[in-house]
Design a protein. Structure first.
Length: 786
């Protein structure tokens, strides 16, 4: 039975044998993948994103194509703004899904094919899940997930209590369709069609689709073994379930309760509902996934349960855990302690609880995630542990000895952690940001050159930094690249009232005039005002304030402009939220970025409409800064010991005069540790000027502020080009739809249409810019010469 592209599903069954294979694998590639992309997500979204990645890599029984699309869309919604384009659906065809790393390389992909295969490629590790086809009742099926063994049994005979003829079923379903509310009529009609197809074809799986349903008919086909009710439905309850059901998936609906569960149920997935309790669980249940509900307790767990996923509920305790449990995910609950852990447990995810201690850990544990708890220490770590995530435990003062096989250690933001134990030689990723580390274990320089080490936000001593600098700069050094942060993390501060912070910079009023800071009273109520107040105070501690006599006047003038421009003020205040997190050079770099925003903002709102030379000068400066950023990024990547902020700032600061960078200040504090040499600066100056000579005309053609100016100065010509861009897009889209979608029955397929839409948009944009080029040369040509 083929995989249907439009509303298709993987139409058969995977058993728990696949789960055993996963649990027994040596190194879980999805865990090392997670460490590479975890920074795409804010801390509050990381647990949900990690579970989503795990589900993508290990699809459960009943997975449909809609599930795959939904999970990749879920990741797109969870990432920080700007990272959405790292999550793709339909990049190489409508059945291809992928995640890109920072270098735009695929590090995870999922491919679905018509043979019913679900192929995952995770950092070079390929695994294909084969979903068995429908077979006659009473037969056995010997198709298995890759690496599995044994025999899959088909479902039992239909429930004799159910309707016995198609006509009897049709009567029930037709009545249910006729009783639909007006807004649900189309969805019910589509669902009845799916149910009838399922009945007529004898399919073991029923997927009701994303139909906007608030209820299901009272009887479902008695022969089905898998029932899938995806999101975009709004069910608050379920009808009586077929007695032979083995897999039930009802995610992201509004269920408040479940009916009695069939005795043969193997997989129960009801995440993202409003359940407050569960019915008794079948004895043969192997997977229970009830994350994102309102459960305060769990019923007794079946002896054969292998996976228990109950994150984001309101649990204060757990029942005794089955001896065969292999994965326990209870992140985001209210647990104060854990019961004894089963000997075969491989993955323990308990972040976001109130744990003060852990029980002894099983010898075979591979993954331990205990961030956001109240732990003061850990028990002895198992020899086979590969990943340890222990972030934001405010009482944690030390770590136990680390097992030799550990590959990832993440201990960010533990404010009482002052030192690290000896590091295993095979460690590949060390994240220890925002702690109180002053020194480091000698073993850190013995890690592989492929290892990633991030120590930003720690008050490392000058002696430690000097020792690291000598070791990492020595000829033949083959250790890891180490990121650090000069001066460590700043102590938390209370933000002053904004008008008080501004008053220190503004010129005093003349007698009889209102104080310039008075109007900043009302600005203190605006979004991110407190962050900007802290930023102004930190700015007074920088080298520029102490050494540049004209710096205060520059800031005063800037504040006057901010006071007059609400839109610019909102943009600037928003940028201040990340500007005070570390050393004074980070504050200086943030000021540069704010001044760049000011230049672009001025151009967009018309300040240069009658001064095209100044417009081009602003664009030229933005181009030079963009090229410098690329050079700095490449340089930082070559340094074994690097603070990226110092590298970026060094190029800007030291080339301020040579490149005419008006938004850049004159001083920085830690140039000496940036790793940027005089020859680096000379090469960068030549590289930027050469790029400007050959690339500026094309770059400025796409510059948004220029488009704003042209729309005001030559509205008829620009509007004509815009209208042509729209018609070009529509024409190209129609052509691609007729030639690439319609012949293959893909019209209406969201992913396929999104793909050709992007291509049509790119083609129309190129034509628009080609049409804009003569106008730009006519108006700006004389100013664009080097």
């Amino acid at each position: 039975m083929p995989l249907h592209v439009g509303s298709g599903c993987l139409p058969a069954t995977i058993t728990n044998l696949r789960i055993n294979c996963i649990a027994q694998s040596a190194t879980p590639p999805e865990m090392s993948l997670w460490e590479k992309i975890k920074e795409f997500f804010c801390s509050t979204h990381q647990t949900e994103a990690q579970e989503c990645i795990w589900t993508i890599c290990h699809p459960s029984v009943g997975t449909t194509r809609e599930d795959v699309v939904s999970r990749f869309e879920q990741l797109r919604m969870l990432v920080y703004a700007g990272y959405e384009e790292s999550i793709h659906s339909g990049r190489h065809g409508e059945s291809h899904f992928c995640i890109l790393d920072a270098d735009n390389q695929e590090i995870l992909s999922v491919t679905l094919d018509d043979a019913g295969n679900y192929t995952v490629n995770c950092q070079g590790h390929n695994e294909t899940y084969r979903f068995t086809m429908d077979i006659e009742q009473g037969e056995e099926c010997t198709e298995h997930a890759e690496g599995a063994s044994g025999t899959l049994q088909v479902s039992p005979l239909p429930d004799p209590a159910a309707p016995q003829t198609p006509a009897a079923y049709d009567a029930v379903w037709s009545e249910w369709k006729r009783a639909a509310p007006a807004e649900e009529l189309r969805g019910r009609a589509a669902t009845v069609q799916r149910i009838c197809t399922c009945l007529n074809n004898g399919s073991r799986e029923l997927n009701v689709g994303e139909s906007g349903l608030t209820a299901l008919p009272d009887c479902l086909p008695a022969h089905i073994t898998t029932l899938v009710i995806p999101h975009n439905n709004y069910l608050t309850s379920l009808p009586t379930l077929p007695s032979g059901l083995e897999v039930l998936t009802v995610e992201d609906n509004q269920l408040t309760s479940l009916p009695p569960l069939p005795a043969g149920l193997v997989v129960l997935t009801v995440s993202g509902n409003q359940l407050t309790s569960l019915p008794p669980l079948p004895a043969g249940l192997q997977t229970l996934s009830v994350a994102g509900n309102q459960l305060t307790s769990l019923p007794p767990l079946p002896a054969g349960l292998q996976m228990l996923l109950v994150a984001r509920n309101q649990l204060t305790s757990l029942p005794p855990l089955p001896a065969g449990l292999q994965m326990l995910s209870v992140a985001g609950n209210q647990l104060t302690r854990l019961p004894p852990l089963p000997a075969g447990l491989r993955r323990l995810l308990v972040a976001g609880n109130q744990l003060t201690s852990l029980p002894p850990l099983p010898a075979g544990l591979q993954v331990l995630s205990v961030s956001d708890n109240q732990l003061t220490s850990l028990p002895l770590l198992p020899a086979g542990l590969e990943l340890l995530t222990l972030e934001r435990n405010p009482q944690l003062v030390r770590l136990p000895p680390l097992p030799e096989g550990l590959q990832t250690l993440s201990v960010d933001a533990n404010p009482q952690l002052t030192r690290l134990p000896a590091l295993p030689s095979g460690l590949q990723r060390l994240y220890a940001r925002n702690n109180q580390l002053t020194r480091l274990p000698e073993s850190i320089t013995g890690l592989s050159s492929e290892a990633s080490v991030n120590l930003e936000g720690n008050p490392l001593s000058e002696r430690t930094l000097q020792a690291l600098r000598e070791i990492t700069s020595a000829p033949g050094y083959s250790g890891p690249r180490i990121l650090f942060d000069m001066a460590g993390a700043s102590a938390p501060r209370e933000a002053r009232a904004l008008h008080l912070a501004a008053a220190g910079w503004l010129v005093p009023a003349r007698e009889g005039e209102p104080a310039p800071a008075d109007r900043w009273h009302m600005f203190g109520q605006e979004d991110n005002a407190a962050a900007f107040s802290l930023f102004l105070d930190r700015l007074s501690e920088t080298e520029n304030f102490m050494k540049d006599a004209g710096f205060k006047a520059q800031i005063s003038s800037w504040l006057v402009q901010l006071a007059e421009d609400e839109a610019l003020r909102a943009k600037t205040f928003a940028m201040a939220t990340e500007a005070t997190a570390s050393c004074q050079d980070r504050v200086t770099l943030a000021l540069h970025q704010m001044k760049n925003v000011q230049l672009v903002h001025d151009a967009e709102k018309g300040q240069y409409d009658n001064n095209l030379a100044a417009l081009v000068a602003t664009g030229r400066e933005m181009f030079r800064l963009e090229k410098l950023e690329q050079i700095a990024r490449e340089k930082a990547g070559t340094l074994a010991l690097a603070d990226d902020v110092e590298v970026y700032l060094a190029y800007q600061n030291k080339l301020k005069k040579a490149l005419g960078l008006t938004s850049v200040t004159a001083e920085m504090r830690f140039f000496g540790v940036s790793g940027v040499t005089v020859s680096d600066l000379q090469a960068a100056e030549l590289q930027v000027k050469a790029a400007e000579k050959s690339e500026l005309r094309e770059w400025i053609l796409q510059w948004g502020p220029l488009h704003s100016v042209l729309e005001r100065k030559a509205p008829e010509r620009v509007n004509a080009l815009r209208e042509k861009q729209i018609s070009d897009y529509e024409e190209t889209y129609r052509m691609l739809s007729d030639t690439e979608l319609r012949p293959f029955g893909l019209v209406g397929n969201t992913d396929a249409e999104r793909t050709i839409g992007a291509r049509a948009m790119e083609s129309a944009k190129k034509t628009f810019l080609d049409g804009l080029r003569p106008l730009v040369e006519e108006m700006l040509g004389s100013y664009l010469a080097p």
